[in-house]
Design a protein around this ligand. Structure first.
Ligand code: HEM
Length: 140
């Protein structure tokens, strides 16, 4: 029973994390297209609050509770290690988002809105891959 509660909060944190993972690069798209100073300053605030207020805390909770589930259930198997690999890629993506937020804050963005549109697609595949691995556990 307790483990099911942990799972609920694991999923809650994962969903909150992904809200940001999907939306922050969208903000980068619009930010990269913005010409005026007032608009740029507004995006800087939105990006910082989404990253620090939602994404990073949710990522930490998702990982702590995921580790709890792992040890609590005593799961092993290739599906789990593959999932952790994809979580690792997701963390690299999160780190890249932090770098971009910092570049924009210093008005040092070098990428086009098209670049950010493409980068926005990447986590879609990561999420789909992770869902397939946890639900089907295809490689025991
Ligand atoms: C260190 C990080 C993580 C670890 C160790 C971990 C581990 C686990 C474990 C052991 C379960 C229980 C599986 C089961 O009951 O069959 C679980 C459930 C789940 N995890 Fe994670 N997780 C982590 C991060 C994530 C992330 C980042 C995502 C999404 C992108 C995610 C998505 C899910 C989902 C969707 C379930 C639900 C499975 C079900 O419906 O029963 N996890 N996780």
């Amino acid at each position: 029973m307790t483990m099911l509660w942990i799972k609920i909060f694991h999923l809650f944190a994962v969903i909150a994390w992904f809200a940001g993972i999907f939306y922050l690069p969208r903000l980068f798209v619009y930010h990269a297209m913005t010409e005026d100073e007032v608009g740029r300053e507004r995006f800087k605030v939105m990006e910082r609050k989404l990253l620090r207020g939602i994404m990073t805390p949710s990522a930490i909770v998702a990982i702590v509770l995921g580790t709890w589930l792992w040890l609590g259930y005593g799961f092993t198997g290739a599906w789990l290690y593959l999932k952790l690999g994809l979580v690792g890629v997701l963390l690299v993506y999160h780190g890249w988002c932090m770098k971009v937020v910092s570049d924009f804050r210093q008005d040092k963005n070098v990428h086009s809105h098209k670049f950010y549109r493409w980068m926005n697609e990447l986590p879609v595949f990561l999420l789909l891959g992770i869902l397939i691995l946890v639900e089907l556990k295809p490689f025991m």
